[in-house]
Design a protein around this ligand. Structure first.
Ligand SMILES: O=P(O)(O)OC[C@H]1O[C@](O)(COP(=O)(O)O)[C@@H](O)[C@@H]1O
Ligand SMILES: [Mg+2]
Ligand SMILES: [Mg+2]
Length: 339
């Protein structure tokens, strides 16, 4: 029987890689693990009357908030607040930054951005959903944290990851030294190392996007879709189209099997739909650390200037060869589109 290594044990082991580490980041990752177990317990019951449905409020994105959106948001914020290692939180569900200035948190070294429940449209229909998190070291040293602490480029992340609540629940994260995956073993209530040192295949045969928006896609994306659908055995085409509609779940599948996920700008979303700070940046950090690539079709996601906490960005993310091919089409056709 393989030796079980829990998330907590793994984090402590890895802490040894950072001679000056005092355990703050380890405890912060622990707090995120705890909140995700509590959220997982409710998601597993998502079918029972008091858990599914809308709360009737609209969030800053203009989206109807689901009961579990709000519940997950509360659980992560309270775990981060109680744990004392986080001084400020940005959440998809909150218009403003949340400054944690209780006695334990106010001088904390880190700030966190979260999408408490990703793929909300799938929560009531028993399809995989996720949570994302992105962690930065504060810029402001003294006193209360400040919004500038979280408006840092993705390259400055010290850790990032996601939890996917699917047939099993997995937590996948990086601290910049590779990507590791942990599966929740409900019988012991622990995340156990199940996917050490994950590497995304250099290429794949899966493309993921909402083709329902096809007519509004940039010409480059339309051409890339046609490229994916051409019959060519030598390049394993036509590729297979897979779209769950939960970015974390689509990305997790592509991380394991190879593939590309694209959410480009559309007529209704000229800057794309997904949010740079708590969706694109953490997932781009994971994918790059696993050997893949992430851009907005032109520029590396992690290099993009962050000016607003809810700014949106187009995203092309996944196996390097597939993202490069899509970028080729974007470069070729975007020039033609503007001329
Ligand atoms: O319904 P669409 O336009 O395809 O968008 C689906 C995308 O939007 C999201 O649901 C946005 O995330 P939230 O559910 O956290 O708002 C992604 O997970 C998903 O990939
Ligand atoms: Mg989301
Ligand atoms: Mg969400």
């Amino acid at each position: 029987m393989a030796k079980v290594i829990t998330l907590g044990q793994f984090i402590i082991q890895k802490q040894a890689d950072f001679p000056y580490a005092k355990g703050e980041l380890s405890r912060l990752l622990r707090d995120i693990g705890i909140a995700s177990k509590i959220v997982n317990r409710e998601i597993n019951k998502a079918g029972l009357a008091d858990i599914i449905g809308d709360v009737g409020s609209i969030n800053v994105q203009g989206e109807t908030q689901k009961i579990l959106d709000v519940y997950a948001n509360e659980q992560f914020i309270s775990a981060l607040s109680a744990g004392g290692e986080c001084a400020l939180v940005v959440s998809e569900e909150n218009e403003e930054v949340i400054i944690l200035n209780n006695d334990v948190s106010k001088n904390a070294k880190y700030v966190v951005a979260i999408d408490p429940l990703d793929g909300s449209s799938n929560i009531d229909v028993n399809v995989a959903v996720g949570t994302t998190f992105s962690i930065f070291r504060r810029i402001s040293k003294e006193g209360e944290a400040d919004i500038k602490d979280i408006l840092q480029k993705g390259t400055e992340q010290v850790a990032a990851g996601y939890i996917v609540y699917g047939s099993s629940t997995m937590l996948v994260y990086t601290t910049g030294c590779g990507v590791n995956g942990f599966t929740l073993d409900p019988s012991i209530g622990e995340f156990c190392l199940s996917h050490p040192n994950i590497k995304i295949p250099e290429t794949g045969t899966i493309y993921s996007m909402n083709e329902g928006n096809y007519v509004h896609f940039p010409e480059g994306v339309k051409k890339y879709i046609k490229y994916c659908q051409v019959e060519d055995a030598a390049t394993s085409r036509p590729y297979t189209s897979r779209y769950i509609g939960s970015m974390v779940a689509d990305l997790h599948r592509n991380l394991i099997k190879g593939g590309v996920y694209i959410y480009p700008s559309t007529a209704s979303a000229p800057n794309g739909k997904l949010r740079l700070v708590y969706e694109c940046n953490p997932l781009a950090f994971i994918i790059e650390q696993a050997g893949g690539r992430a851009s907005n079709g032109f520029e590396r996601i992690l290099d993009i200037e962050v000016t607003e906490i809810h700014q949106r960005e187009s995203i092309f993310i996944g196996s390097t060869e597939m993202v490069l091919k899509a970028e080729e089409f974007m470069a070729e056709y975007s020039a033609k589109e503007v001329s």
